[in-house]
Structure formats: structure tokens, C-alpha cells
Ligand binder design. Sequence first.
Ligand SMILES: [Zn+2]
Length: 333
Amino acid sequence: MGDTDAPVVGVDLGGTKVLALALAPGVGRDGSLRPGQVLASRRTDTPRGGPAVAEAIVDAIAGAVSALDGELVSGGGAPAAAVGIGAAGLVDLGGVLRFAPNLPGVVDLDLNTELAGRLGRPVVVDNDASCAAWAEHELGAAAGATTSVLVTLGTGIGGGLVVDGVVQRGAFGFAGEPGHMLVDPHGPPCPCGRRGCWERFASGSGLGRLARDAAAAGRADGIVERAGGDAEAVRGEHVTAAASDGDDDARRVLAEFAWWVAVGVANLVDLLDPEVVVVGGGLADAGDLLLDPVREAYAGLVLAHDHRPAARIVAAALGSDAGAVGAALLAGA
Ligand SMILES: [Zn+2]
């Protein structure tokens, strides 16, 4: 889209942080992201609340891009040719952020028009997890695959789908929300207003809930100890910490949790038949401690496991930069 000899900027607009980074020209052509190819970055708090929150968000993004431009130019380079934005929420095909549960007060924010006008260059806007999926597909854990799925296991679950080398946006832009696949219509309430969404079971908050249930039944002493002795204070990271120390109760909770992760992964593989399922988000830091039991449970859940090539279930490679990197790649395409 932009001048191919100029950098591109990617912005990850999240519920707490705005991360903007400038990628060197040509990144992605060889399927890797090397040290030094992120030329500059800026991280600020996401403006929250108040009647002018939408304007404040646009200002924050425009300010970050200007700051990066300044850094690029003072380093002897060109300003960014194009800007990609990955936003936490439902982004329609026109680049309007329709609904953003983690950005209170933001509804129908036309990021594309507002920012293209302010910045005077091409802007593309997509969902943050779709951007991250594209980054992992192009430069990260799914490099070389034709079809891949990213699921990010954090407080909730985000996701993105790449089919035959194209990010899937759906008819209206809202494709790729695996966290809200219903896996138990009678399950716990979800912040989305429904019950039993996959993210109620397979996110960090789902893991915390499983662990608190185990604690209430007297089956999680080692986990509760790591939460300062307060069973109500148990969170996902206490489980992974105890499990990595070899605590048997924690391993059992983690195996139960892994089964729930595998339920969603198997559904996604049944639907899309990817070569790779990339697991990102904070819980991916647990690595094979989590992914090995997920792989094991997945084998018993996916359709015809013994009669199909195995989808690889791997940890994400790009960490918390993936959304911004993917947004930049989409802008530079
Ligand atoms: Zn939900």
C-alpha cells in the first residue's frame, strides 16, 4: 500500500496500553523478524472514561505516530508510509470500531476516517487478535503454513484466522472470536452477556476459577499457599507456578484446564483444518507445561485424529508485540 522503501507503523490499541512501533521496509519478505527491524516504539496508557474518550484515543494514536515519525526522520530515514491499527474489539470492514468491551464509552469509533485525515496517509484497521494472527502467520510460530489459527489465552480469549494465506474477516468484519464460542450453554456467565463461552473455561480467569473450585474442595493446598493462603485470591499464575514446581494438585488442575483449551482447539481444527494452532497470551508463557496436556486432550477430541495429518499446537513466538507487528504488516501489504 505504501512506499515500499519507507517504514510502516503498527499500533496495538488495547484496553490498557497503546503500543506503536515502526517496522523497517521489507520486513516479512523472508518470513522472519530480526533484531533491529523494529526501528522505534512508543507505549502509552490507553485513555479511559469520560465523554471525550474517543477523541482522546484518536489523539493518543496520532501522537504516537507523530513521535515515531520524528524519531525515524531524526535518524536520517523517511517517515512512515502507512499506518495499521489493531483494535481490541469488533472492527467492521470500513475500519469502524463498532464495539469494544475493554474500552468503556467507545462505540462506533471511525478510526479509519479519523486517523487517515489526521495522519495524511493510508490507514488500515483490523481487530487486534486478527493482526496478531497475521504476524504469527507471516513471521512467527506459523511461518510457512498456509492455514493457521491463533488463540490468545489471557484474561479472556482472543483469536484470529488465516486461511490459505488470507486473514479472515467474515462478511462484516467480525470473524475470529473463538473466545465466545459456546461450549456449555448452562455454564458460568460471560461478560458478553451470555453463558458458557469458551473463554469462561479456557482463559486465565477460567483457570483461576477451576483452581478456586479445587481449593474449596480441599484439593489445592499448594496453590492456595502461593496465593498467600487465601483461596479466594487464587489466580491462574498461582496454578502454573505450583505446577512448574511439581505440585500434583496443580498439575491436575492444569490438566483439567488443558482439556477445556483442547475443546476449543479441536472445534477450530474441525472447522478450519489448519496446519498450525498458535497459542499466545499470558498463559502461553507456561509453554509445554500447558501445551503437552492440551495436545494429549486434543487427540481425543478432534475428529478422526488417527486419519488426518496432525495439526501442530505451538506457543506464539512474537509475544506482546504481535498485534502491533501484524497491524504494520497489514498496512505495508
Ligand atoms: Zn462470551
